[in-house]
Design a binder for this molecule. Structure first.
Ligand SMILES: *[C@@H]1O[C@H](CO)[C@@H](O)[C@H](O)[C@H]1NC(C)=O
Ligand SMILES: *[C@@H]1O[C@H](CO)[C@@H](O)[C@H](O)[C@H]1NC(C)=O
Ligand SMILES: *[C@@H]1O[C@H](CO)[C@@H](O)[C@H](O)[C@H]1NC(C)=O
Ligand SMILES: *[C@@H]1O[C@H](CO)[C@@H](O)[C@H](O)[C@H]1NC(C)=O
Length: 311
């Protein structure tokens, strides 16, 4: 090859590479064309029942954290014969946080009842709410082995950080569901569930924001550091670009590029991000694969969508 030919080959190779990069960047930003980010085909009933997986997780975590008892004590029939969760327990919360979390727990019972009455229930999946389950996620988020291991139930800050992990995923899941629903009654149910879910997320994030600069003892990192890292982990596991942002962000990610506070996580027009069921599963399984259960769902999610994706 002549020097000129080599140069040309290099240049076309380089431009192909740049084109690829631009295409990738575009796909990731738009979150539409990457195969793993496409909406799935499912009925209204399956999509709404899918959300029960997160509602069960939230109900059990909040009820146990605030009261030391779960769904089997308050509304056992809603579990539809699913196994009791493992590892949930009462958290050492200050009175204000306990009141709030107790309310959230009761609200989740209502959500499970509303869905069950509307489209029918599914068996509660096996849930793992153990210290180790949360410690494993925090280790991955912080990219280190926290010592002592992170204990979600030890105090209000730890519990709020552990809570930061959950309702936001439910919220973006509901937002992602709405466009695919065909029935008016389905859309109205999901919009109403979403309203409360978004409220819970905002309260948790607001409470954490007040403490953003406090150190999470004994780790020497702040609450804001933890939230940013948890959000980054969820973006990595979800594999569809940035749809999750911590409490303090670079100004380019803040509302109207004018602020670094990020009490509500949203896109450039301050609209909620959305996620598909496979994205949600990759995150809550903690494995980055909707086919490999783990994390809070050691045996995988319940209902047609989660079980179909498992195979
Ligand atoms: C819960 O998760 C922890 C940490 O991954 C694990 O050690 C434990 O065996 C799990 N328990 C169940 C019942 O899956
Ligand atoms: C995690 O830490 C290792 C080294 O300790 C580093 O090589 C790696 O890039 C880090 N990963 C992330 C996602 O920050
Ligand atoms: C955290 O600290 C930064 C820098 O010192 C300050 O600008 C910010 O207002 C503080 N935020 C909160 C929520 O206390
Ligand atoms: C904020 O900055 C981003 C790029 O970082 C840009 O896409 C967006 O349009 C900007 N928003 C406003 C309101 O200027």
């Amino acid at each position: 090859m002549s020097a000129a030919q080599t140069k040309m080959a290099t240049r076309s190779c380089l431009s192909a590479f740049l084109l690829l990069l631009v295409a990738l960047e575009f796909n990731i930003v738009m979150g539409v064309t990457l195969p793993q980010c496409r909406p799935i085909v499912a009925t209204d009933t399956d999509l709404i029942q899918f959300a029960l997986n997160l509602e069960f997780l939230e109900a059990e975590f909040f009820l146990f954290g605030a009261l030391g008892r779960g769904l089997d004590d308050f509304a056992p029939s809603l579990a539809q014969g699913g196994p009791p969760p493992v590892g949930g327990r009462i958290a050492d919360l200050d009175p204000l946080i306990r009141r709030i979390i107790q309310e959230f727990g009761y609200q989740e019972i209502g959500h499970i009842r509303a869905i069950t009455q509307s489209v029918g229930g599914i068996p509660r999946p096996q849930l793992n709410l153990s210290d180790e389950s949360f410690a494993a996620i925090m280790n991955r988020a912080m990219n280190t082995t926290l010592n002592p291991p992170f204990n979600p139930y030890a105090n209000s800050i730890n519990y709020l950080l552990a809570s930061y992990v959950i309702p936001y995923v439910g919220l973006v899941g509901y937002v992602g569901t709405i466009p695919d629903l065909t029935r008016r009654t389905s859309r109205s149910l999901v919009a109403s569930l979403l309203g409360v879910e978004a409220g819970q997320d905002a309260v948790i994030r607001g409470l954490l924001y007040e403490r953003a600069n406090e150190t999470v003892r004994p780790y020497g990192m702040t609450v804001a550091d933890f939230t940013n890292r948890i959000s980054e982990l969820r973006n990595r596991l979800g594999m569809c670009g940035v749809k999750d942002e911590g409490l303090i962000v670079p100004v380019q990610l803040g509302a109207e590029n004018r602020t670094t506070s990020n009490i509500l996580s949203a896109d450039a027009n301050s609209l909620s991000y959305s996620r598909t069921p496979p994205e949600i599963l990759r995150i809550i399984y903690g494995t980055g694969s909707e086919r490999s259960p783990g994390g809070f769902f050691p045996n995988g999610g319940s209902g047609k969508i989660a079980m179909r994706l498992l195979r």
